[in-house]
Design a protein around this ligand. Structure first.
Ligand code: PSU
Ligand code: MN
Length: 312
């Protein structure tokens, strides 16, 4: 039985991350569902290690987040990272799963919703991922909207991502972000990125040119007060590293049809579609996904650095 007060040992921040936060040094949160459920083994562990290294190269401290044996870990050691990448049957935990996992001593990787929550609770302001979850195609009948959106509407965090996953209904997702009051800006682009693709073909109203500008928006959010919503910095995969758009559209149509045929729903749908794309594109979607995540992680490191030097 756990006899702790709220948030005490349920959330454990590593020594390195705690020290960085205490001294105002830059920290970048990284999620783990992309590692456990979004990427194939054994590449996933290499990627997890590489992303932490990219954060360090940008002068920030990585805080990879997961729940292990009921403890939400903010900052993982090498053994923990390996568990996340290799443990069979590891759960995928959204925000709503955190209390259940904590109370029952379960382990799982955290999605954007759970990671954003835990990062903000730990005092981390900048977070990098690949593509956000959002409103699924077929939402009018399935009601499937990722919990990522609700969490970003109520959490003061900056998420650097390559837009939302292109397996989703992207216009509906952008509409939900507008309705829920989440700030969205393109990073050096006027087009909302398309995850595997440089552009989703949809416009984005605001454009940021530098990490310093992103940090200025974050300061303005704090200065304004009001609901604690997020800032989404939508950073496109470079055009020369994107997935071929024609191949993307063709394999995605096949993936959606297969999911429909096999009755895949709920938490399983995103990993199913991502995996189908990897196989259906002969690994090309994986390379585009990784290029996007790497770019986002580097930019998040630079934004965290600009944010902490502005605060100093
Ligand atoms: N970005 C990626 N790959 C992923 C994800 C993000 O490049 O696998 C994960 C994130 O953890 C995100 C989740 O929160 O997919 C969305 O899942 P769902 O649609 O079930 O909310
Ligand atoms: Mn869902």
């Amino acid at each position: 039985m756990r006899t702790t007060g709220p948030g005490e040992t349920i959330i454990q921040t590593s020594g390195e991350v705690a020290e960085a936060l205490a001294t105002g040094a830059p920290v970048v949160a990284l999620e783990t569902t992309i590692i456990s459920h979004g990427l194939p083994q054994p590449r996933n562990l290499q990627v997890a290690v590489e992303l932490e290294e990219l954060v360090r190269q940008a002068g920030a401290v990585p805080a990879t987040i997961a729940v292990l044996d009921g403890v939400a870990r903010v900052g993982l050691d090498a053994g923990m990272l390996e568990r996340v990448a290799t443990e069979p049957g590891l759960r995928k935990l959204g925000f709503r799963d955190l209390a259940l996992a904590a109370a029952l001593g379960a382990s799982g990787a955290t999605t954007v919703s759970a990671t954003a929550f835990l990062a903000a609770r730990a005092g981390i302001r900048v977070f990098a991922t690949g593509g956000l979850g959002g409103v699924h195609r077929g939402w009018t009948t399935d009601q499937d909207e990722s919990a990522d959106l609700d969490m970003l509407a109520s959490t003061r965090i900056t998420v650097v991502c390559a837009g939302v996953k292109s397996i989703l209904d992207v216009p509906a997702t952008l509409q939900r972000l507008e309705t829920r009051g989440v700030s969205v800006a393109g990073y050096r682009t006027d087009a909302f990125p398309g995850f595997y693709l440089h552009s989703s073909g949809l416009p984005v109203d605001w454009r940021l040119e530098s990490p310093e500008q992103a940090a200025a928006v974050m300061r303005a959010q704090d200065g304004l007060g009001g609901p604690a919503s997020a800032l989404i910095v939508a950073n496109p995969v470079p055009a020369d590293e994107q997935l071929d758009p024609a191949l993307h559209d063709q394999v995605l149509a096949e993936a959606l049809a297969a999911a429909d045929r096999e009755g895949v729903t709920g938490q399983a749908i995103t990993p199913f579609l991502l995996d189908f794309l990897v196989r259906g594109t002969g690994g090309a979607s994986l390379e585009a996904n990784l290029a996007a995540v790497r770019g986002n992680t580097r930019l998040a490191g630079r934004i965290a650095a600009a944010w902490s030097s502005a605060a100093a």
